[in-house]
Write a protein that binds this ligand. Structure first.
Ligand code: 4AD
Ligand code: MG
Length: 458
């Protein structure tokens, strides 16, 4: 269907001025007066609508009337002309209704609550808010690939179905073809009779397989869907989210922190430059000062503090936390947000967490108590990156696994990477939706995904 994108009309307006063009799109709003009718048309390519001007003396009512319906899909031909109010608009010559939209179309009003829009995920991409969210999500994904490609990382595709629980938190969804009423005598038999002949699940992280790839390819990243059966019903947790996980050989914790900061700044800069209309919209509609915040982040050095120092800061803060702070406790969102929002007022890396609250694969520090791990915390959200240098010593790694009652026989391949030519290496995981929330000001992770999957809601 030959037509021009509305985005192209606006970006190359000088070329199109005075010419006849054809556009396609949906009616966002319309107005009718005695001699002229107006339609705001949107085709998803540009946040800005194209205003259609229908001169009723030239266009018969039998043609214009059927077009004046919110949600109708149209193909329109007309002259692209300068206008005082809109920069440019379309003086309509012909209209074809491609798809009619009955009165029960739920998006009749200009503004709907996000709660209401969550009940119609199949229609909300037709709103300005979600058009902007998905445009930034797209640009952010592209920026991530660009960053790693430019810096010599290979993109690897780690399996979605896996047998190993990387984070050891027991949050894996099971993958099975066994009937619900399988008659297996034991649990072992049940899994043995299943599709893979063993217990299988959806990956919680591509890291372990990513390490395997990195320990041959040098520098890799994965970028794909990740699944966690977490029962935390918060605005920051989804059961299905996208994670970016670089893994870098010959890099210690210090090196990977430098990479993470450079990476975050690079992708923010890319979005700031590529999505000015979307960010201006979010700045106005969701978070006043958003663009200034992002520019400030680009200019400032991220904070750094050890876990032990952070605990001291929290204890001395005089704040009443719901969860009291003691050395050894896992930092809760309220603690993370105090550190990044009130103490540092910028993104901050918290390093060297107690080994007991972190995963088995992290490098054990000489103090015997902490691991070479870091979380990157940002204002408004808390953790967006989980990062560590990996334990490269075979014996130390085995000890950490046994301490957590992990079956070593299920990880023989992973252990082989430490047996054969082990090297210092580090990596991190960034939650795509979390950074998208930070960049856009969107408050709920359910509004960053096309179809959010959360506990109790598919
Ligand atoms: O801190 P996490 O659990 O780290 C890992 O999975 C490591 N294997 C990463 C690595 O070193 N390769 O998760 C990493 C990030 C978190 O910081 C957070 O941004 C995001 O993934 N994340 C979630 N995002 C949305 N919903 C959830 N349920 C999330 N769980 C983690
Ligand atoms: Mg984490």
């Amino acid at each position: 269907m030959k037509h021009t994108d509305i985005k192209q009309l606006f970006s190359e307006s000088a070329n199109f001025a005075g010419k006849s063009v054809t556009v396609c799109g949906w009616v966002r709003t319309w107005r009718d007066s005695k001699s002229i009718a107006f339609i705001e048309l949107n085709d998803g390519t540009s946040l800005k609508n194209l205003q259609l001007i229908i001169d009723k003396e030239k266009i018969a009512e039998s043609i214009s009337k059927p077009a004046l319906v919110v949600g109708n899909a149209l193909r329109v031909t007309g002259e692209f002309i300068p206008s005082e109010r809109n920069g440019f608009e379309l003086s309509v010559k012909g209209i074809e209704v491609l798809g009619t939209c009955p009165q029960d179309y739920p998006l009749q009003k200009k503004h709907h609550t996000l709660e209401f829009l969550r009940t119609i995920p199949h229609l909300r991409p037709r709103t300005k808010y979600f058009e902007a969210v998905f445009a930034v999500r797209n640009q952010l994904s592209f920026a991530i690939h660009k960053y790693f490609n430019k810096n010599g990382y290979k993109y690897v595709h780690t399996p979605i179905i896996t047998g190993s629980d990387c984070e050891g938190a027991g949050e894996m969804f099971r993958v099975t073809t066994q009937p619900w009423n399988a008659k297996s005598k034991t649990e072992q038999d049940y899994y043995a009779e299943d599709f893979f002949g063993t217990k299988a699940g959806l990956t919680v992280s591509g890291q372990l397989e990513g390490e395997v790839a990195a320990l041959g390819l040098g520098r890799i990243y994965t970028f794909g869907p990740t699944f966690r059966a977490e029962h935390s019903n918060t605005t920051r947790h989804a059961a299905e989210f996208w994670q970016v996980e670089p893994e870098v050989c010959f890099a210690d914790l210090h090196d990977i922190i430098e990479i993470a900061e450079d990476f975050i700044k690079s992708i923010i800069k890319d979005v700031v430059e590529s999505c000015p209309d979307e960010l201006a919209y979010f700045d106005e509609r969701i978070e006043k000062g958003l663009i200034e915040k992002l520019n400030h982040v680009l200019k400032s050095d991220f904070g750094k503090i050890t876990y032990t120092e952070a605990v001291e800061v929290l204890k001395k803060s005089g704040k009443e936390f719901k969860y009291p702070v003691e050395w050894g406790c896992d930092l809760q969102t309220e603690h993370e947000r105090y550190l990044t929002e009130e103490h540092f007022k910028k993104p901050v890396f918290v390093t060297n967490y107690p080994a007991d609250i972190k995963a088995f694969y992290m490098k054990q520090n000489p103090d015997g108590k902490t691991v070479a791990a870091t979380d990157l915390l940002v204002p408004g959200i808390g953790e967006i990156i989980g990062c560590s240098e990996r334990e490269a010593d075979l014996e130390k790694l085995k000890t950490a696994m046994l301490k957590r009652n992990m079956p070593l026989e299920a990880y023989t391949e992973y252990l082989d990477t430490r047996k054969y030519g082990s090297v210092p290496h580090s990596g991190f995981g960034l939650g795509l939706e979390r950074i998208l929330m930070y960049i856009t000001g969107v408050q709920n992770i359910r509004d960053t995904l096309l179809y959010p999957r959360t506990v109790g809601s598919l």
